[in-house]
Design a protein around this ligand. Structure first.
Ligand code: 5GP
Ligand code: ZN
Length: 113
């Protein structure tokens, strides 16, 4: 299967790693939309929220634990941040490997959050 983010997890495509453990990988977005823009992804391939099930949802809870930890480390836990996961065409999902955008470091626009 040809998946950009699976290739990033494997190290076949370089990325700026922010965090890694057994089930999760986090890295800087290549086209940051805010001063802090990190993507957190499961290492296992899940295409989008549409494919989250009782069997694989534990990694999603873990991603939110990692989000809290990274927000503290990146200094945006007090100022605030947004977690976004685009799902499908109307949301503008461009990479079909589930990912959570962590956006912060500035006052984020409220439109279409
Ligand atoms: P989506 O539009 O699917 O919600 O988000 C995909 C995100 O992946 C975009 O913010 C885009 O900038 C980022 N992205 C796409 N290709 C790469 C890449 O090769 N490396 C990194 N670090 N980010 C990427
Ligand atoms: Zn993948």
């Amino acid at each position: 299967m040809d998946c950009l983010f699976c290739s990033i997890v494997k190290g076949d495509i370089p990325s700026t790693k922010v965090y890694e453990d057994e089930t999760v990988y986090a890295f800087k977005d290549i086209n940051p939309m805010a001063p802090v823009h990190v993507l957190i992804i499961p290492k296992v391939h899940i295409s989008s929220i549409n494919d989250v099930t009782a069997e694989n949802s534990a990694v999603i809870a873990h991603i939110y634990e990692v989000a809290a930890k990274l927000a503290k480390e990146l200094g945006i836990d007090e100022s605030g941040f947004r977690v976004v996961s685009n799902c499908g065409a109307d949301a503008g999902q461009t990479v079909f490997h589930l990912h959570f955008h962590i956006l912060g470091g500035t006052k984020l626009k409220v439109e279409m959050c």
